[in-house]
Design a protein around this ligand. Structure first.
Ligand SMILES: O=C[C@H](O)[C@H](O)COP(=O)(O)O
Ligand SMILES: C=C(OP(=O)(O)O)C(=O)O
Length: 511
């Protein structure tokens, strides 16, 4: 079994003793480490897995779990799900891990986005299609600007369970259990709706299966073909600034494709006609995750088959808790959310637990702390991870550190969201490390949940189309605007690296 070259004193240790400025030097080495550690798929070593099983999480404290009134009903619902087919196939998770490995070294970029909380009442084909095509649009914008592939990862087909800050919600003198996502209880503020219902688990499974079915159809059935790039604009965006900017860009892409066609490019190849699309959600509700944990017959590894990529939330990422115990043993690529409360040594220990063999593409660290704190805190986290020789994909979630209440609505300001993304790119530039992706709560719908952006949603507009059941999402126009900003930063980065290469007059590795 391979062990971490960096931790053994491989290329990273060698670099520590040469004289170049620290951050940049260490980051170049990150690529060398990543290349040396090409252990695909993820392999947890025997020691690591000795005490792990698909049920070992039960020996630990699981935070943020519902209190069901009848455990027997929970067991029945879970037994039913355990007898159902897996939602994803282990081989797909392994392919995703290979793609994510490239995001850790700057050779690709993650676009992860979707609802804060999927809802039973908002489940229909149009909503799935609109989010899917918004993600396609955003990825084209980012690929065009950044010149790197974009790994498309929906917060979708399983993003149902929500961790909450408070167990109870108070309104008009009444106190009721908080809404925890449609997989657990209902959003209506009534006593009956807030009782956790285990049969919601089965409904969430079925909705996820149907969502995935449609997504697979869109991804491979011709909808996502690059020859349709000019047709992805959402109707209500046709006359907006972002919609027009997209139309211009799509025309340029279309022209480039026509040119390549004239040069002999096969327009019917899968690269032109299909796309890869993966789904992800927070690994929160442990009974559900356990029921969908399956042993892969080809590798003998266990996979969380509720989604391709699962992440551990900021509220449940404690080293000695159930969620980390579960996630450390499954073979999927995984993520962990990190706020400003994270300590550098704690992060290094958490990464070592979740990715003991330092497998590239196994782990994304999703940072969410607000622009100001990010500028203060992220450099120390990056440095600690670099010093430990750990290969991770750094992802920016600019939503969860920027929530505020305005006129009784939970909202976020586009400017604050953008400021955090800007800070994320700036810090990586200063540290010479790699901005690996972006994680957004967003929707293809024309909602008014976040304030500002070119869409000019004002405080007074919040009430007009506020449809989220939990946190505010960027609407399609705001999300596309963000994609253009990210594309501009990816382009700058590409040009800077190119200039560095040219000024050195020799081939320098992209880092
Ligand atoms: O989406 C994430 C969390 O569930 C959400 O931010 C928690 O919000 P709360 O602080 O209102 O509980
Ligand atoms: C709850 C979430 O995030 P965090 O764990 O960062 O608060 C989320 O992404 O839905």
């Amino acid at each position: 079994m391979q062990s971490s070259a960096a931790l053994r004193g491989g290329p990273l240790a060698a670099a520590k003793h040469s004289g170049a400025p620290r951050c940049r030097r260490v980051t170049r080495v990150t690529r060398a480490v990543a290349e040396e550690l090409k252990t695909v798929p993820f392999q947890a070593n025997a020691d690591h897995l000795q005490k792990w099983s698909n049920v070992s999480w039960r020996n630990y404290t699981a935070l943020q779990q519902p209190s069901y009134p009848d455990q027997e009903e929970v067991d029945k619902a879970c037994a039913e799900i355990a007898s159902f087919p897996p939602l994803v196939f282990a081989g797909e998770c392994r392919t995703l891990q290979e793609r994510l490995a490239k995001c850790a070294t700057g050779d690709a970029f993650i676009l992860q986005g979707g609802d804060c909380a999927e809802a039973f009442s908002q489940f229909n084909a149009n909503r799935i299609r609109d989010l899917f095509r918004l993600i396609l649009q955003m990825s084209v914008v980012m690929m065009f600007g950044g010149g790197v592939p974009v790994v498309k990862l929906g917060r979708l087909a399983g993003q149902f369970a929500k961790p909450r800050s408070a167990p109870m919600e108070d309104k008009d003198g009444l106190s009721l259990p908080s809404y925890r996502g449609d997989i657990i209880n209902g959003p209506e503020f009534t006593e009956a709706a807030r009782v956790p219902d285990p049969w919601r688990l089965v409904r969430a499974y079925n909705q996820s299966a149907a969502t995935l079915n449609l997504l697979r159809g869109f991804a491979t059935g011709g909808y996502a073909g690059l020859d349709r790039v000019t047709k992805w604009n959402l109707d209500f965006m046709a006359n907006s600034g972002e919609g027009k900017a997209y139309t211009d860009l799509a025309r340029r892409v279309d022209e480039a494709i026509s040119f390549m066609n004239a040069c002999g490019l096969d327009m019917n190849s899968s690269v032109m006609k299909e796309t890869e699309f993966y789904v992800s959600h927070e690994c929160l509700l442990m009974n559900y995750e356990e029921a969908l944990t399956r042993e892969d017959s080809t590798t003998g590894l266990w996979y969380g088959c509720s989604g391709h990529f699962l992440w551990c939330g900021e509220r449940t990422r404690q080293l000695d808790n159930a969620h980390v115990e579960y996630l450390r043993g499954i073979g999927n690529p995984i993520g962990v959310k990190v706020s400003d409360k994270m300590d550098p040594s704690e992060l290094v220990a958490l990464i070592a637990t979740l990715n003991p063999e330092n497998t590239p593409g196994r782990l994304a660290v999703i940072v969410r702390m607000g622009a100001k704190k990010l500028r203060e805190k992220l450099p120390t986290l990056i440095e600690a991870v670099q010093q430990a020789g750990q290969v991770v994909a750094w992802v920016c979630d600019p939503m969860h550190g920027n929530t505020e209440e305005v006129q009784g609505y939970k909202t976020r300001r586009y400017d604050n969201i953008k400021a955090e993304v800007e800070a994320f790119f700036d810090v990586h530039e200063e540290c010479g490390s790699v901005p690996g992706g972006i994680h957004l709560e967003m929707t293809g719908d024309n909602v008014t949940e976040c304030i500002g952006g070119g869409a000019c949603v004002s405080e007074l507009d919040l009430s007009s189309r506020y449809h989220t059941h939990c946190d505010p999402r960027l609407n399609a126009e705001q999300a596309l605007e963000m994609a253009f900003y990210v594309a501009s930063r990816l382009r700058q980065r590409r040009e800077r690296i190119q200039q560095e290469k040219e000024s050195k007059g020799k081939s320098v590795m992209l880092y």
